[in-house]
Design a protein around this ligand. Structure first.
Ligand SMILES: Nc1nc2c(ncn2[C@@H]2O[C@H](COP(=O)(O)OP(=O)(O)OP(=O)(O)O)[C@@H](O)[C@H]2O)c(=O)[nH]1
Ligand SMILES: [Mg+2]
Length: 441
C-alpha cells in the first residue's frame, strides 16, 4: 500500500555512566582509581533505500529508539556503545520537526544518509579524575542524556514526468501503455487513488520515470477531491504531460478542462506552471460530431506556448512522437532538483538546555508590572516554534514549564492575568494547563 505521510517519535541512546572503582590487588592496600568510561549512546540515522517507494512501514510503528550506552566497569572497562538505529526511507522523503514544521532533512539528491540525532556521550570513569591532590576520586561523570524528537515524514516522489488532468482523462491508460506499470483503469472518475510510477524505455537506454496521479478537479488546491494530497509530488517533476479527454460524453469542454486544471496548479504553487507542459489531447480514436476538439485546443493553447499532441492512449496513435519530445525536453531542461535546505538542527535544540535566560520586571505604560523573559534560550525556542498553530503554541508552553521558566516567573511574584513579554510577543499568564493567552498587543 502506498503511504506518503507518517508521524514518528525518534530517540537516540543515552550515554553510559562513568564508573567509580579502585584497583584491588593482593598486598596493595589502596589501589588507584580504575573506573572505566561509559559507552556512547546510539545515533538515529536516516538512509535512502532505493527499493522503497512508500512510507508504509511507518504506518504501524511510531517509536524508534537507538540503544543506550552501557556504564563503564571496573578495571578500566569501557562500557559498550549503544546500537545505532537506521531508518530506511524512500528517496524523496522529507523529515520535519513536527511542532515547528521545519525541515530537518531532505533525503534526496546526493543526501543518502544523515545522522539526525546523535547519541549522548559516555561519562568518564573516575580513573580520569585522579589529581595530585585527590588520588582517590569518588566520583565519575554521568552519561549525557538522550535526545528525542517528534517528526513527520513526507514523501515527494522523484519522477521526471508528471501526468495531470481531470479524472477519467486516460492518465492511467497512458501510463500502462508507455511503461511497465499496470495501474487500475476504469471508465469512472477517481479510479486512481494513489500515484503510480512507471519507467519509459525508449529502447536506447535512456529511460525516464513517469508518475500517474489521481485526477484533479476544481478546488483541488484547496483540498477538494483526491488529487490534493498528491499535488506536492508534481512539484518535483521536471516536465508535465497534461492529458485531456477530447471525447467526453458528459458535456465537458476540453478547452475549459485544461484551464481549470492549470488554474489549480497555479494556485497550489506558481512554480509548477513554470515547468514545461505538453498537452496531450487524448481519445482521438473516438469519432466526435461537430467541431474538432483538437483544433479548438490548438487554437486556444498554441498561442500561449503549449504544444498540443493528438493521441490515443488505447491505440497508441501519436504516443511515440509525444514521448520523443518529452525525452528531448528532459535532455535540454537542467535537472533542476528542488532540494529543501535544512532549517531545524536537532543539536541546537538539545543544547538549548545550556543556554541562559533572564526574568526581569519593568513598568508598563499603564503602571502595571510587566515580566520580561530574555536571553538566547527563549529567542532560539521562539524561532523554532510556530505560535500561530495551536500545536506549536502548546509545545512552547510545555517548553516554558519544563525548562523552569514558569517557576522563575512565579518566584519573581507573577500573578494570574499579568503580562509576560518575550521578544515582541506579549502573553497573559495563567498558571493552569492553558497557562498562557497570547494577547493582541
Ligand atoms: N476510447 C478511448 N478510451 C480511452 C482512452 N484512454 C483512456 N480511455 C478510457 O477512459 C477511461 C478512463 O481511463 P483511466 O486511464 O482510468 O483514466 P484516469 O485519467 O487515470 O482517471 P482517474 O484515475 O480516475 O483520474 C477508461 O475507460 C479507459 O479505457 C483512449 O485513448 N481512447
Ligand atoms: Mg487513473
Amino acid at each position: 500500500m502506498f503511504l506518503d505521510y507518517a508521524r514518528i517519535h525518534i530517540r537516540s541512546g543515552k550515554g553510559g555512566d562513568g564508573h567509580v572503582s579502585f584497583r584491588r590487588e593482593k598486598y596493595v592496600p589502596a589501589g588507584g582509581p580504575d573506573g572505566g568510561d561509559g559507552g556512547r549512546g546510539g545515533d538515529v540515522i536516516f538512509e535512502v533505500d532505493t527499493s522503497m517507494n512508500t512510507l508504509f512501514i511507518y504506518k504501524h510503528r511510531y517509536q524508534f529508539k537507538a540503544g543506550n550506552g552501557e556504564p563503564g566497569g571496573k578495571k578500566r572497562c569501557h562500557g559498550k556503545n549503544g546500537e545505532d538505529i537506521i531508518l530506511k526511507v524512500p528517496e524523496g522523503t522529507i523529515l520535519r520537526e513536527e511542532h515547528s514544521g521545519k525541515i530537518i532533512a531532505d533525503m534526496s539528491g546526493s543526501n543518502r544518509r544523515q545522522v539526525i540525532l546523535k547519541g549522548g556521550r559516555g561519562g568518564r570513569g573516575n580513573m580520569n579524575f585522579a589529581t595530585p591532590t585527590n588520588q582517590a576520586p569518588q566520583y565519575a561523570e554521568p552519561g549525557k542524556p538522550a535526545a528525542e524528537l517528534d517528526c513527520t515524514l513526507e514523501l515527494k516522489l522523484v519522477a521526471d514526468v508528471g501526468l495531470v488532468g481531470f479524472p477519467n482523462a486516460g492518465k492511467s491508460t497512458f501510463l500502462s501503455r508507455v511503461t511497465n506499470a499496470s495501474p487500475k483503469i476504469a471508465s469512472y472518475p477517481f479510479t486512481t487513488i494513489d500515484p503510480n510510477l512507471g519507467v519509459v524505455d525508449l529502447g536506447d537506454g535512456r529511460g525516464f520515470v513517469i508518475a500517474d496521479m489521481p485526477g484533479l478537479i476544481e478546488g483541488a488546491s484547496e483540498g477538494v477531491g483526491l488529487g490534493f494530497r498528491f499535488l506536492r509530488h508534481i512539484e518535483r517533476t521536471r516536465v508535465l504531460i497534461h492529458l485531456v479527454d477530447t471525447a467526453s460524453f458528459d458535456g465537458r469542454d476540453p478547452v475549459e478542462d485544461i484551464k481549470a486544471i492549470n488554474d489549480e496548479l497555479m494556485k497550489f504553487n506558481p512554480d509548477i506552471m513554470k515547468k514545461p507542459m505538453l498537452i496531450a489531447a487524448n481519445k482521438i480514436d473516438v469519432r466526435t460530431e461537430g467541431d474538432d476538439p483538437v483544433e479548438r485546443i490548438r487554437r486556444e493553447y498554441e498561442p500561449q506556448g503549449f504544444r498540443v499532441y493528438p493521441i490515443s492512449a488505447v491505440t497508441g496513435e501519436g504516443v511515440t512522437e509525444l514521448l520523443n519530445d518529452v525525452r528531448n525536453l528532459l535532455d535540454t531542461t537542467a535537472p533542476e532538483q528542488v532540494y529543501y535546505e535544512q532549517e531545524f538542527f536537532p543539536e541546537d535544540l538539545i543544547s538549548l538546555s545550556d543556554l541562559p535566560y533572564t526574568v526581569e520586571t519593568e513598568e508598563g505604560h499603564d503602571g502595571e508590572t510587566v515580566y520580561v523573559v530574555e536571553g538566547p534560550k527563549i529567542e532560539r525556542m521562539l524561532s523554532y516554534t510556530n505560535l500561530d498553530s495551536e500545536k506549536g503554541f502548546r509545545y512552547f508552553t510545555q517548553f516554558l514549564r519544563r525548562s523552569g521558566i514558569i517557576d522563575d516567573l512565579k518566584e519573581a511574584g507573577i500573578a494570574e492575568g499579568q503580562s509576560v513579554r518575550m521578544y515582541g510577543h506579549v502573553f497573559e499568564f495563567y498558571d493552569d494547563e492553558a497557562m498562557f493567552d497570547e494577547s493582541d498587543e
